[in-house]
Design a protein around this ligand. Structure first.
Ligand code: SAH
Length: 237
């Protein structure tokens, strides 16, 4: 017996252009069960109903893959990954990528590393740290081909946290709800200063729901000036 409605998950993923194998469906099922189990002790997510996990966590995370193609072996980061969204479902769907999950809260980092071990995911790790610091670490600065972010912050803050981590030629993919024109316009000057450019903002419908996502795809065209990212108080100030 599976924990999740796997047929719904499989057909929903297929609508997004992603064909999941039985092994991948089993990994997604085990991850959901582990999330709900640990959530009884630590508050990791509000979403614990199996149907809701399929739509609001899994299919929603997988919209990132529908928004932007990922090359095999690509080094990708999920900034502010929380309990592992969108990073862990992306990694399960694409075992050929190299994933770093960056998260400021220790208990969430521990949860993600436990999940990585439980699922036997290779080339994946959760890292404890803050993006505004890690963005100055030579091991991470301008090292990632794609940086994902879901529910991290408003666009203006998000781009300063994420763009310094992207190599020139790479992308930030930010998951937003619809109706973000003003938020995007307000972030536009900062995106330019950081060396980025808004490429596309595809609207992607989460299969089986009436929820439309806007995925903001920002390319990095120039290196980020050394003074970014600034201290967090400056970024949000
Ligand atoms: N992406 C997840 C979690 C969203 S909540 C999801 O969509 O379910 C935002 C998360 O970002 C929190 O877990 C918080 O601890 C983390 N976070 C916020 N600011 C951060 C920063 N500057 N660096 C790293 N992580 C950060």
């Amino acid at each position: 017996m599976s924990f999740l409605p796997l047929e719904r998950l499989c057909s929903g993923a297929s609508e997004l252009g992603i064909e999941l194998t039985n092994h991948q469906l089993d990994q997604l099922d085990r991850f959901a069960e582990f999330l709900v189990e640990i959530n009884l002790k630590f508050n990791l997510t509000r979403i614990t109903d199996p149907e809701d996990i399929v739509t609001s966590h899994y299919l929603d995370s997988l919209t990132c893959l529908a928004a932007l193609n990922v090359e095999p072996g690509e080094r990708v980061m999920d900034v502010g990954a929380g309990a592992g969204f969108p990073g862990i479902p992306i990694k399960i769907a694409r075992p050929d990528i190299n994933l770093t999950l960056l998260e400021a809260t220790r208990k969430k980092v521990d949860f993600m590393n436990d999940a990585i071990g439980l699922l036997g995911l290779k080339d994946a790790n959760a890292m404890h740290g803050r993006a505004e610091k890690i963005g100055h670490d030579p091991a991470c600065r301008e090292r990632f081909g794609i940086v994902y972010a879901r529910a991290l912050s408003g666009m203006k803050v998000l781009v300063e946290l994420c763009l310094p981590l992207v190599r020139v030629g790479g992308y930030v993919v930010a998951q937003k709800s619809s109706g973000i024109e003003e938020e995007l316009a307000a972030a536009q000057p900062m995106i330019g200063q950081l060396g980025g450019r808004i490429e596309r903002t595809p609207a992607i419908h989460i299969p089986g729901t009436d929820i439309a996502r806007t995925l903001v795809v920002i390319s990095k065209t120039k290196p980020t000036p050394e003074r970014f990212p600034r201290a967090y108080s400056k970024i949000v100030g």
